[in-house]
Design a protein around this ligand. Sequence first.
Ligand code: M6R
Length: 595
Amino acid sequence: MCGIVGHIGNGDARDIVIKGLEKLEYRGYDSAGIAVLNHAKNKFEIYKREGRISNLKEIVDFDYETSFAIGHTRWATHGKPCYTNSHPHMSNSTRFIVVHNGVIENYKELIEKYLGGYKFNSETDTEVIVNLIDYFSKSLSVEEAIRKTLISVEGSYALLIIDTENKDKIYIAKNKTPLLLGQGKDGVTIASDTMALVGYCESYIILEDKTFGIVKKDKISLLDYLGMPIYYKTKPLSMKTEDISKNNYPHFMLKEIDEQPGIIRRIIQNYFNIENEIIINDKIVEDIINSEKIYFVACGTSMHAAHMGKYFFENFLKKHCEVFIASELAYQDALIVNNPYFIFISQSGETADCISVMKKCIERKHKMLAITNQESSSMNNLANDNLNIYAGKEISVASTKAYIAQVVVLAILASACAKKKTSIKQDLDRFALAVEEIVNSKHNIEELAVKFEGAKSAFYIGRGLDYYASLEAALKLKEISYIHTEGYASGELKHGTIALIEEGTPVIAIITQNHTNMITRSNLTETISRGASPIIISNHNNSQTTDDIIIPDVVSYLRSPLAVVVTQLIAYYVALMNGNDVDKPKNLAKSVTVE
Ligand code: M6R
């Protein structure tokens, strides 16, 4: 959460930083700010604004020359979204300027111990960092003062620090929050995500936790907190501008929904050889087979994909599985079997709730696999093994293509572990075609949006796999349409929740499994009798003529994930009808790096 960008070099740093922040806006958009060195005046100008980068741009002076700037786009943690809490923050002395992504846990103790004489203007923990540097700099060199600050603070941070008395360098620090250094012909760009480096950098360095650095336009020094040099590797930056642009789509979400057939095919290419055999490291497969039980750990949409994974493993492999919400397991002394196998699923690979559980697993020496969309991510680093979902950059806050990709990779993994005789490749080829049919006939789904007009609440219902699909469908609808939606096991409604059904409440039944078809229909009828306005998504052999959307035929275990594609489009069109910002829904951020 929060995105930071800095540039020092020869290019127009203000432009590079603002464009970079625009690309990182998915990380948070409560407020934005930038500190720019005005070469003519030889001083830093600070601009901040509540809300989006577009607001910030209205007040930035673009007329003077600059080659040094740092900026921030905020997802509020400490303190409400407002001008005063926006970054950059400045020390009382006005000597130091800081942008920060992360959370400082011991900021109150630090104030008590060192900063009694300091005045705090904002409610942020960041102001403590910048004043602490200032405090230590009274008796130490700036470099030592920053390192002493880093040793004193507890928590997560990616930091860019300016010493206004030394305008040729940016100090940086990183712990538990991503930070990358990009190198290009125009200098060095520092950012939370590679996206902000695209167009300016040819290579980049992924910083390790507890790294302190001094960045000049032509020199990078990375040190540990004791001042010892850290040796680093650079990686070529392969991401291109077209990988992160909308390409004529009105929203990233729609583009990402449409990308799904191609992604399924890309996964197939990466996980099958020409004999249609699965290519997954034998060690992963053997570790899973030899484990007593599989624990899936994830959040949000990834957790809903985990439910599908549980079904695949239990059915293909006949192994016990459990799905945990990461934030629950992190603070629970759950009873874990002696020989467990943990599968962490995350699009970003940076989700703090998952990372917190992974650290516990490391202490207990549990084997862990991370399934992510981000090759160089914190979760991949922590796990024993990784699997890539090959979804490409997902920018819309509402996750769509990552979900389908996670489900497909989980099906392949489960099949590899079950050593299935018949390849599931054909099932997946057919699945890709079916997803394509759905996205190509999206106008049918668009017409359903009116059924949600004026709705205050809605329900997705289903049983078994269709229930798991309902959970994801409901999350998608609520997060971008702002209609309160629940995904419910259809048989459970009558035990209380049916009391919420009113005249016109949309109840969408997902019916794709033969053995639950009639009973789910019967549960739906119970809601219709209480005024619900029904919508039915079914598959061919479970359909009735009046059903609203009939999905193409695929193998039974992939029907419910296929129905999710329909519900992604429903969410999209309802959000659009409600006039919402589809890609950046309120209160949310794409990468949730705080617990
Ligand atoms: O990056 P992750 O997959 O770990 O993120 C988990 C959730 O934060 C994420 O899926 C969230 O629920 C999405 N906004 C859902 O669309």
